[in-house]
Write a protein that binds this ligand. Sequence first.
Ligand SMILES: Cc1cc2nc3c(=O)[nH]c(=O)nc-3n(C[C@H](O)[C@H](O)[C@H](O)COP(=O)(O)OP(=O)(O)OC[C@H]3O[C@@H](n4cnc5c(N)ncnc54)[C@H](O)[C@@H]3O)c2cc1C
Ligand SMILES: *[C@@H]1O[C@H](CO)[C@@H](O)[C@H](O)[C@H]1NC(C)=O
Ligand SMILES: *[C@@H]1O[C@H](CO)[C@@H](O)[C@H](O)[C@H]1NC(C)=O
Ligand SMILES: *[C@@H]1O[C@H](CO)[C@@H](O)[C@H](O)[C@H]1NC(C)=O
Ligand SMILES: *[C@@H]1O[C@H](CO)[C@@H](O)[C@H](O)[C@H]1NC(C)=O
Length: 531
Amino acid sequence: MHLVKAHLVLAFCHLGLTFPNNKATDPFEELLSNPSSTGLNLLDISSADLEAQLQTLKASSSLHGFSKCQVACALLPLFAMTVSNSNSSGYEPLPYWSIQQAEVKPGCRVDVSSAKDISNTVLISRLTQCPFAVKSGGHAAFAGASSIQDGMLINLAKLNMVSLSSDRTVTQVGPGNTWHDVYRQLDPLGVSVVGGREAGVGVGGLLLGGGISYFSGRFGWGCDNVVNYEVVLASGAIVNASPTSHADLYWALRGGSGTNFGIVSRFDLATFEQGLLWGGSKYYNADQNNKLVDAYTKFLTDAPTDNFAHLYVSYGYAAQLGGFIGVAGPTYGKAIGNATIFETLNKIPVLGDETGFASMGDLALALNQTTLARFKTVTFKNDPALFKGIVKIFTEEASTVLTVPGLAPFFAFQPISDNIVEHMQKNGGNALGLSTADGPLTIMNLNWGWTNEVYDALVLETVDRFVSRSVALAESKGLNHSFIYMNYAKLEQDVFGGYGAKNVARLKRIQHKFDPKGVFKSLQPGYFKLK
Ligand SMILES: Cc1cc2nc3c(=O)[nH]c(=O)nc-3n(C[C@H](O)[C@H](O)[C@H](O)COP(=O)(O)OP(=O)(O)OC[C@H]3O[C@@H](n4cnc5c(N)ncnc54)[C@H](O)[C@@H]3O)c2cc1C
Ligand SMILES: *[C@@H]1O[C@H](CO)[C@@H](O)[C@H](O)[C@H]1NC(C)=O
Ligand SMILES: *[C@@H]1O[C@H](CO)[C@@H](O)[C@H](O)[C@H]1NC(C)=O
Ligand SMILES: *[C@@H]1O[C@H](CO)[C@@H](O)[C@H](O)[C@H]1NC(C)=O
Ligand SMILES: *[C@@H]1O[C@H](CO)[C@@H](O)[C@H](O)[C@H]1NC(C)=O
């Protein structure tokens, strides 16, 4: 690494670039301290100088034998950032939830520790045209979402602040935290925030795509409870987005994904007093499948009568539990067991029952898992006959591939009850395009894992057939809905199409305003993009 750097410094001198040593005059420093009135286009106002350097670098895709990413990776340490080259022997790959992401190898990884570091990295990417990816918890399921082959991997892990305001109403949360990091610090203080349900999931991806939480009946999704985003824009400017500052960007970040607008360096989350909850998983034999659907669909209708309750149900195959099973995850946001709203559910005989009183941290740990799985999702209106039909289709399709090694086929029904949708409208609403006019909705999300990629084609075909048969059944009953939840979607799915034409047009206008040159589109290739 050091040798490479020395060579590069020499190479740069030849080109008239001046980075004489680590304390070099920082061309970015000036840019950042002189934001234009709009705060945009810092690189452009900067200087003929930088623009000329950009042109030179662009013109030679390989600089004295170095690729543009080798140049970028060598530039980063000059701005006092911690960089590790994936080619060096001591390189420690970052943990990911899926094999698909873990297999992708960056050129280098930069462990940013401030918004300014992120800003410098984005500007270096623009200067060198080396692409990048941003990783928070690394739970997105497909390759390139928060990983990048040969490019710069921006690792947010060091941005791990969790800081409660003195009036206990707002918690500043760094995007490098997992939800367990957050809850384990807030639980002892007797407060909580609207966040994920599983320990290892990252704050960043979950909040930028939506954020289904146990607290959603009371407050909406995670994105509806961010009161301010600190964001690094394509220009390198660091701005705040809230209902009173860049309100358009604030709206867009509520479900529009980070990879279209900016990199969030801090989330300020609405905070509330919270003691122990009641919750946990219950397991059922497959002969209770239909009763479980009945309990779930009744819950979805009843949910607005009790904002403290949450319920999802899941179906899958687990050889160790005797085959096909059903799972329910009832949760109550107070220390009250078996609340009335769960009466129907409680009448169903269980195989096992792990419910009890627990903190958010405990509940999140109870669900912590590393299935090496893939996602896909669709959304339906509420109907017990439809859901019973879907469980039957699932059983039929999964049965055809049970011999695939390590197969763990699961899917869940998750509630978007009317009370949740109502809470989504606060502070100007979010970008998701959901309305109570459609009645309560159910997200069906698939989570299928298997161990050997030799079986990819077979299993993926089965997954696709299961989904298309389910959608066809829903369409025949007029119960299909176009919403596709980003956080559970497969890359090929048209997530933004489901937000509605009006919201897509608004998102694009905002994208154009904050990233007029399409920096994130061209230099951050992964994840769901506005076309
Ligand atoms: C086991 C498991 C449990 C889950 N539970 C829930 C749940 O309870 N509720 C729910 O709604 N969803 C849940 N999900 C889905 C989850 O929300 C998504 O997988 C989400 O993308 C994970 O976020 P992450 O930060 O871990 O992922 P990452 O892969 O790190 O990030 C996902 C995308 O967001 C981008 N991104 C991340 N941080 C930032 C940032 N600060 N600025 C800009 N862009 C950023 C990344 O670049 C990437 O493109 C779960 C997923 C798994 C695997
Ligand atoms: C890492 O090594 C490979 C193979 O030698 C090479 O192609 C690649 O450019 C190197 N990457 C960096 C960032 O040095
Ligand atoms: C809830 O009901 C189940 C039986 O359905 C019982 O085993 C359990 O103890 C009850 N929990 C509480 C906290 O009342
Ligand atoms: C969650 O599980 C993963 C995989 O087993 C593990 O690496 C991680 O440390 C766990 N998280 C917590 C908070 O225990
Ligand atoms: C049904 O949903 C799918 C996405 O899940 C969508 O592609 C299709 O257009 C929808 N059909 C209708 C009638 O909304």
